[in-house]
Each structure stands twice: as structure tokens, then as C-alpha cells.
Design a protein around this ligand. Structure first.
Ligand SMILES: *[C@@H]1O[C@H](CO)[C@@H](O)[C@H](O)[C@H]1NC(C)=O
Length: 210
């Protein structure tokens, strides 16, 4: 049965009459009489009853299930919303930041925790607890203990992605496409530092000494 049909409204009112102890003439009394005592069909409620509440007497609302307050304005939630959550409508909580679940009983980390991080409440604040090789608010940043140099980016624990021209675990080794000759050293991409008396892009020229 729908909770808002006219039949159920009558049932609700009969229940209310019983609650208030005003059931007058017994079960065979005409309904209108029994209900008329508490339910004034000409009653006006201003401000009006909300959420399908029924105005039973002037400025007296009979609230439908799940609502309370003088004008049935406020929803109530069972179980109550936890951790500062607000009851939006019966059984529906709006949770404070950091909490989730039907009754706001679960801690949640906005955006989730990545790479095996776990959401946990730390001093009442939701936080990702990251595994040792990850960091950042969502554990989204890998840790490269060796560091990534020369514009390299740490893309996974201990692994640098190096820009062109650099190699090595920390992008610390320059690449010279043509190797440096005569003991010269590749010091940056395609750049040799030559040992005297050599010079040239690959240290291939011997300076003439006079
Ligand atoms: C309810 O309010 C109306 C309008 O203000 C008034 O005419 C009526 O007499 C009131 N009824 C009762 C039972 O007080």
C-alpha cells in the first residue's frame, strides 16, 4: 500500500485519534464523527504543512512518516546520520566532507586513494595512508629515492622517465649520438668536453701548436 493514498491518511488519522485518547463512541461510530473531533476539515495551517503533512487543526500539522517539526519541515533519519551528517530526506543523509555511506558512518577520501593507499581517519580527517614508495594526497606521486635529474620525471617507484639525450636511473648520463674521441667526455646531449690539445664537436681535431 502506498503511504500517501487517501486510505492510509484515514488510517493515520484514526491512529492519531487513538493516540490522543479521543476515540469517542467506539468502533461502530461513523468515521466522520470519530475523526471530526481531532480533524477539522476547515482547518488552515499557515505556514502550510510540508512533505505531505496534513493540516488537522488550525496551525497543527500531522506529519507523514519520516518528517517532524511544526510544519513537518524536517526529515528524520534512522539510524541517525553520523559524523555531522545532515538528514536530507527520510533515510538519506548528506555527509560532512570526508565521510560517506548511508549513515555517514564510513570515512571516505575524495577522489579515492591510488596505488594501494588506504583511506583512514587521522584526527577526524580523512587521509590516504600511502605505501612506502608513493606519496601525495592520493598517493598519486611515485617516489624515486635516487632523484630524477636533467628534467626527468619519476613515473613509478625508482623509475625516471628521461628527456631525450639523457639516460640512466637518475637521467644523469648524457648521450652523444657520435661518441667523443681522444679521451673526450660527453657532458650533455651531443656535447663533448675535450682533453687538450683536442677540440671540435667530437674532439677529433688536434690544435696546431707553434
Ligand atoms: C481556524 O481559522 C479560521 C481562519 O482563521 C477561523 O475562521 C476558524 O474559526 C478557526 N477554527 C478554529 C477551530 O479555531
Amino acid at each position: 500500500m502506498s503511504p500517501s493514498g487517501p486510505g492510509s491518511a484515514v488510517l493515520l488519522l484514526a491512529a492519531l485519534a487513538a493516540l490522543l485518547g479521543v476515540c469517542s463512541a467506539g468502533s461502530d461510530a461513523p468515521r466522520g464523527v470519530a475523526l471530526g473531533f481531532v480533524f477539522d476539515p476547515k482547518a488552515t495551517c499557515d505556514p502550510p504543512c510540508e512533505h505531505a503533512g496534513i493540516c488537522i487543526r488550525n496551525n497543527t500539522c500531522f506529519c507523514s512518516r519520516g518528517y517532524e517539526g511544526e510544519t513537518c519541515k524536517y526529515a528524520n533519519c534512522f539510524p541517525k546520520c553520523k559524523n555531522g551528517g545532515v538528514c536530507l530526506r527520510p533515510g538519506k543523509c548528506r555527509c560532512a566532507p570526508g565521510y560517506g555511506g548511508r549513515y555517514c558512518h564510513k570515512v571516505t577520501c575524495e577522489g579515492g586513494c591510488w596505488n594501494g593507499g588506504e583511506c583512514s581517519a587521522v584526527n577526524g580527517v580523512a587521509k590516504c595512508i600511502c605505501p612506502s614508495s608513493w606519496t601525495g594526497s592520493k598517493c598519486q606521486e611515485a617516489i624515486c629515492p635516487q632523484g630524477c635529474r636533467n628534467g626527468g620525471i619519476c613515473v613509478a617507484p625508482g623509475i625516471c622517465s628521461c628527456p631525450e639525450g639523457w639516460l640512466g636511473g637518475a637521467c644523469h648520463t648524457a648521450v652523444c649520438t657520435q661518441s667523443c674521441l681522444n679521451g673526450g667526455k660527453c657532458i650533455s646531449p651531443d656535447k663533448c668536453r675535450c682533453r687538450p690539445p683536442f677540440s671540435g664537436p667530437r674532439c677529433e681535431e688536434r690544435k696546431k701548436s707553434h
